[in-house]
Design a protein around this ligand. Structure first.
Ligand SMILES: [Zn+2]
Length: 481
């Protein structure tokens, strides 16, 4: 590394809007130096988002560009309202700058994911992971000036900052829907474009866990969310819609009841719940299907919790109880977010959603109904599996299982629900799914026998203790305290 304090032999002028690292790379090349030789840092270093003054002073001496002009070519100064930490609208993933396929200079704005078109020629930017995308949907061209305007105003305008925050949250929520269950095409988006994006996203998810977002992916997410991000109400509406469509479960026509109107569907579900004698106490706090992970992925949770609450309300109605949403939430003993609550109302007002609930109810019935409310009450405080229970576990698991993870597993297995409301309401979902996957079948059977025995004992005690009070069925079904 050399430390030039004197002017370089070849001078290069900095272009309007050009990024400082892109400029310095051109300077280095013109002088037959490497970027690291010239600056002491690689082209992709994050330092170029906000380089220290002494570095700029030194580079100013060698390039002849004044320090304030260099500062203008830095992300922090050029776009001070942008939040680089945001995954979708902030900085691009490390080490992979996006460039114009026509060879225009790299702009400082292009450091941000949210900038998907070349500021000079309007071409869709490309990167190492997606170098030959097809022509970008018209919608992206239509909204691009608006995106740039919000970015430019973000420093002074709280409205512009609010919009950038909303579009980030919408894009984050919409991405899982793109992996499987497609949102409707944006204006001017072709099925060819969408097919390619969905294939790309699936590949990315498998290979990297979904961290790479080339400009074509961001462009798609932006086209689908930018209009809704204009107002908080529009954002809320789309977030609710996304929660519904992000669930990949799509029951086949043969199992759906085929109800035609909302009234028919509502009455149909009530009849079914009555016939199958499904009461509120039989409904878990989340509706998980056989074969699904013991803790559902985050993008599926809102809808499945909302469906569980809706089914609880309907099961009450089917048995002459008028349950409000609040009562259903209390019965589940776990908080429900404002969004989940809104989705409950959506579910209750949709014919298709009620048909799905009928399928859920039938599946619950086929598994055998259990008093889950009692199970929740009994196991809510089980922080760790007792040592006598641990000692009886099969040798395969003996000594290797964590008593707290066992308790969390017992809670999920016995209540068929979600971690919320249980003794370990916030376990890392992946850790729990891994624990479940590695638990051998024999140990699972033992744990299941253990909690069944414990629930039977508790029921015997309750029946023996309370002969003169409410019957145990009533306590299970109605007491919501
Ligand atoms: Zn260009």
């Amino acid at each position: 590394m050399t430390t030039q304090h004197t002017a370089l032999p070849v001078t290069v002028s900095i272009e309007p809007g050009e990024d400082i690292a892109a400029y310095l790379e051109r300077v280095a090349a013109a002088n037959r130096l490497s970027m690291t030789d010239l600056t002491g840092h690689p082209r992709t270093a994050r330092l170029w988002e906000d380089p220290p003054d002494d570095l700029l002073t030194r580079l100013s001496a060698s390039t002849g560009v004044p320090v304030p002009r260099m500062r203008d070519a830095v992300l922090r100064t050029a776009l001070p309202g942008a939040v680089p930490e945001r995954a979708r609208t902030g900085r691009r993933y490390a080490g992979r700058p996006a460039t114009c396929p026509a060879g225009c200079v790299d702009t400082v704005a292009a450091r941000l994911n949210i900038v998907v078109l070349c500021l000079r020629c309007g071409a869709l930017l490309v990167d190492h992971d997606d170098s030959h995308p097809p022509p970008v949907p018209d919608k992206v061209r239509q909204i691009h000036p608006d995106v740039l305007d919000s970015l430019a105003r973000a420093r002074r305008s709280s409205q512009a900052r609010g919009r950038l925050r909303r579009v980030e949250s919408l894009m984050a929520e919409l991405e899982p829907a793109l992996w499987g269950n497609w949102p409707p095409l944006a204006d001017g988006e072709t099925t060819h474009w969408r097919d390619r994006i969905v294939r790309w996203e699936k590949w990315n998810l498998e290979q990297t866990g979904g961290v790479i977002r080339p400009p074509s992916v961001t462009a798609t997410l932006l086209a689908l969310t930018w209009d809704a991000s204009a107002t908080p109400a529009g954002t809320t509406d789309l977030l609710d819609e996304i929660a519904v469509m992000a669930d990949p479960w799509d029951p086949s026509e043969e199992v759906l009841p085929g109800w035609r109107t909302l009234t028919e569907a509502h009455d149909g579900v009530l009849d079914l719940l009555d016939d199958q004698q499904i009461e509120p106490r039989h409904i878990p706090t989340i509706l998980r299907l056989t074969g699904e992970p013991i803790v559902l992925p985050e993008h599926q949770r809102t809808l499945r919790v909302a469906e569980a609450l809706a089914l609880t309300i309907l099961a009450g109605r089917a048995h002459g109880q008028d349950l409000t949403l609040n009562t259903a939430v209390e019965l589940h003993g776990a908080a429900a977010s404002a969004r989940t609550r809104r989705v409950v109302h959506r579910v209750l007002r949709s014919t298709y959603a009620l048909e799905r609930l009928a399928v859920h109810a039938t599946l619950l019935h086929e598994q055998g109904l259990r008093d889950l409310r009692r199970a929740r009450a009994e196991l809510r405080h089980l922080r760790a599996l007792p040592s006598d229970a641990l000692r009886t576990l099969p040798t395969a698991a003996g000594g290797h299982v964590d008593p707290e993870q066992c308790a969390a597993w017992v809670w999920l297995d016995a209540t068929l629900g979600r971690p919320a409301g249980g003794p370990h309401p916030l376990p890392a979902a992946e850790a729990m799914v891994r624990f479940d996957a590695h638990l051998d079948p024999e140990t699972k059977l033992h744990l299941r026998a253990w909690w069944q025995h414990r629930l039977d004992l508790a029921e015997d005690l309750a029946t023996a203790d309370a002969p003169t009070q409410e019957s145990s069925t009533e306590m299970g079904g109605r007491d919501v305290g």
